[in-house]
Design a protein around this ligand. Structure first.
Ligand SMILES: Cc1cc2nc3c(=O)[nH]c(=O)nc-3n(C[C@H](O)[C@H](O)[C@H](O)COP(=O)(O)O)c2cc1C
Length: 145
């Protein structure tokens, strides 16, 4: 039987030297590595904050999250959601990416200036905000650019 699927979401803060070049490098290497490992997900970057969803076989997701936690390019990593899933939400993305420089009204309710609602410490609020964000991301990223 195939290994169970896991989805983990975390937030973190980029170190001050992290800029556009670093981001481009990170996305290129992450996409290649995730494709090779059957991992999918999305990364949001706004201001100096990251929010990433990673999904795939449980052992691989856990192993990668452990590696990312030790990455000196960011700090203050907090796992917000860690759950088993029946099917992937980002199956089409080795690492979907949005900068969130879009007009704020395009972002879902409660997701305007920061990831604070995701980071609230209240699981219900986090789960709801993340669901809205997932729908928003998928709708946006499906549009041709
Ligand atoms: C915000 C952030 C997100 C990352 N996302 C991924 C990812 O999705 N996949 C990946 O392979 N590495 C990702 N990395 C990079 C890993 O931390 C690590 O550098 C990479 O897996 C290579 O590890 P290694 O140098 O130990 O081989 C991310 C790093 C940061 C700071």
């Amino acid at each position: 039987m195939a290994e169970r699927l896991r989805s983990m979401t975390y937030s973190s803060t980029a170190v001050s030297t992290f800029g556009a070049k670093e981001l481009a490098d990170l996305l290129t290497s992450s996409r290649a590595a995730n494709l090779a490992r059957d991992l999918s997900g999305m990364l949001l970057f706004r201001g100096d904050r990251f929010l990433q969803v990673l999904e795939g076989p449980e052992s691989l997701v856990r192993e990668l999250v452990g590696r990312i936690r030790r990455d000196p390019r960011h700090r203050d990593m907090r796992v917000l959601v860690d759950e088993e899933i029946d099917e992937r939400r980002f199956a089409d993305w080795t690492m979907g990416y949005e900068t969130l420089e879009v007009p704020r009204k395009a972002a879902p309710e409660g997701f305007r200036d920061s990831f604070d609602d995701l980071d609230s410490g209240d699981d219900t609020v986090t789960a709801r905000a993340l669901r809205e964000l997932t729908v928003w991301f998928r709708a946006r990223s499906a549009k041709p650019r």
